[in-house]
Design a protein. Structure first.
Length: 238
């Protein structure tokens, strides 16, 4: 099956896709959403990406929402009206193309990967085998608060991969690539308790940058779902 690149050139280069030495078992799916209303639950899929463990970008698909778009949330998603008008397709078509590339034996990895799976209507045991969430894999016991600390993807990538998260903005392909690299690093670190402990210490010692939602409780009139500053009154669903 050939990869699907129904999208313009990406704003930063990934280089040529590596040649896969073995069939992939691990894949990352990432979904970017646009706002179709002003509350923090009013979202619709705008972009879908699929990257395998060999860092091959197998799919970069743009979706044209059925509903009117209130905001493309461009600083957070990289999406624009022109991009979706020119390259967007119906969600059902995009999901069908994705499923052609995703083997039922796939293990999906990602940051809050269950949410991406939910957006696309994928079913565990049918479209893929299982999920592994980076949020849980990289959680760290924090003795100061006597609880586990969890970290956003950008914090993990900045601290552990030395990824400059201030360059290029967000898009689904870049976020999926981050997830694959973080997961492969996690696998490597499990072989060395000392390196794993050092990585955990670095995550705790480095102050996380404020999230987009924290910096922008509302963007273009759309609530960004920060629990402390939410004013739209919509429930928090997960």
């Amino acid at each position: 099956m050939q990869p699907h690149f129904l999208a313009p050139p990406l704003p930063y280069a990934y280089g040529p896709p590596p040649v896969a030495p073995t069939p992939a078992r691990y894949y990352s799916i990432d979904v970017e959403c646009v706002a179709t209303g002003t509350d923090h639950n009013a979202r619709a899929v705008g972009q879908i990406s699929l990257v395998d463990e060999h860092e091959r970008v197998l799919a970069n698909l743009y979706v044209r929402p059925d509903q009117a778009v209130v905001s493309y949330l461009t600083p957070l998603t990289g999406l624009t009206a022109a991009l979706l008008a020119q390259h967007g397709m119906p969600l059902q078509q995009a999901v069908s193309m994705l499923c052609q590339l995703l083997p039922p034996s796939a293990i999906l990895v990602g940051q809050n990967i269950a949410k991406d799976v939910q957006w696309l209507g994928l079913k565990e045991g049918e479209h893929f085998e299982q999920m592994m969430d980076l949020t849980g894999l990289f959680r760290v016991w924090n003795p100061q608060y006597k609880s586990y600390s969890v970290f956003g993807q950008d914090h993990l990538a900045k601290v552990l991969l030395n990824w400059d998260t201030t360059v290029g903005g967000h898009d689904a392909v870049g976020d999926a690539l981050k997830s694959i690299r973080l997961f492969k690093l996690y696998q490597q670190l499990q072989a060395s308790p000392a390196q794993w402990a050092a990585a955990q210490a670095a995550l705790l010692a480095t102050p996380p940058a404020p999230s987009f939602a924290r910096q922008n409780p509302s963007f273009e009139g759309v609530c960004m779902g920060n629990r402390k500053t939410c004013a739209c009154g919509a429930p928090f669903l997960g």
